[in-house]
Ligand binder design. Structure first.
Ligand code: BDR
Ligand code: CA
Length: 321
């Protein structure tokens, strides 16, 4: 009993807010596999890579794939706070999870709206230990903070995938997709005053799914290895063609990998702002990496990763499934 209590106290309590998306799917699998380290309080979904009716379904498919009937899935915002939704079927396919068989899962969708769930869960928490892990546009998180700022007292940190400095944009020349889709929500998050860790394209572009790495995943002693490899294989073609990379960057799992093994990443405290106007630069992240302003740091910016260590970690955890 005492041992169980100790283990529970050490566990990171997270809400994973996602828009699956193949790389979100890998992040989900990693979080669901880490049952000794991560208490996955809930999965909230948002419109992003594909519309909301597909992202929530895809999250439920992942719960079934990972054999986690206990995980609750909530659907949130159908569109960004101000602008129209921009999706990325050109990367993820029409279903968002092209590469595997898509079906209507039995795993239920909770009735509660994701934003209500985030607010209620934070407010009900007895401590300030909740970690939000957004791997899609920041709409749900922005709405939750705007509607109930008191949740900030319960949030330990926000570990997000979004932004870019060195790498430039991936959806426009200057903007990364998650921030571009809802820059107003991103601005609310960046100004919220809680510790933020940003996994940007600068670091995720170092985490490449080479042929050898995908083959290793496929041959893992894991019930999900084959499916995860097939998802990655579909998703690779876009970035391989665009960047001439060997494989694709596994953006979103960097967030969960950071929670499991932060020493894989090099981080710097920086000020990060988001461009909400801008004729050409909407959604661009302005990152003061070299401290040339007196703006205060609001983000721990990941700029380097041990990619070999990342894939060792991913494989180790996928084997638990
Ligand atoms: C981000 O955009 C999405 O397409 C991916 O899922 C990832 O969250 C990368 O820019
Ligand atoms: Ca995503």
């Amino acid at each position: 009993m005492i041992q169980f209590q100790r283990k529970k106290n050490k566990m990171k309590q997270i809400i994973l807010d996602c828009d699956p998306g193949q790389d979100d799917a890998v992040a989900l699998a990693l979080a669901m596999a880490a049952t000794d380290e991560i208490e996955l309080l809930g999965v909230t979904t948002v419109a992003g890579n594909v519309p909301l009716n597909l992202t929530q379904r895809n999250a439920r498919i992942m719960c079934e794939m990972c054999n986690r009937p206990d995980i609750k899935v909530y659907a949130g915002a159908e569109k960004p706070m101000i602008h129209d939704l921009v999706t990325a079927e050109h990367v993820h396919g029409k279903s968002g999870l092209d590469g595997i068989d898509i079906y209507e899962p039995n795993h239920p969708l909770e009735e509660k709206h994701a934003v209500d769930y985030i607010i209620e869960t934070c407010l009900a928490s007895e401590n300030d230990n909740i970690i939000l892990v957004p791997t899609g546009p920041l709409t749900n998180i922005g709405l939750a903070i705007e509607r109930e700022p008191a949740i900030l007292l319960k949030i330990k940190e926000i570990v997000l995938m979004g932004g870019a400095l060195r790498e430039g944009g991936n959806i426009t020349p200057s903007a990364e997709f998650n921030i571009y889709v809802d820059p107003e929500a991103a601005q609310i998050v960046l100004k919220c005053g809680r510790p933020i860790v940003a996994m940007s394209l600068d670091v995720t572009h170092q985490v490449l799914t080479t042929r050898k790495r995908v083959d290793t995943i496929r041959n893992l002693n894991s019930s999900v290895g084959e499916h995860i490899a097939s998802l990655i294989e579909f998703y690779e073609r876009y970035d391989e063609e665009k960047y001439h990379f060997d494989g694709a960057p596994l953006h979103d799992p960097c967030t969960v990998a950071y929670l499991l093994k932060p020493e894989l990443f090099s981080l710097k405290d920086v000020n990060m702002e988001v461009e909400t106007g801008g004729e050409f630069t909407r959604g661009a992240t302005v990152v003061d990496f070299w401290d040339v302003t007196d703006r205060l740091p609001n983000v721990k910016w990941a700029y380097e990763v041990d990619d070999v260590g990342f894939f060792e970690l991913l494989n180790e955890y996928l084997e638990k499934l």
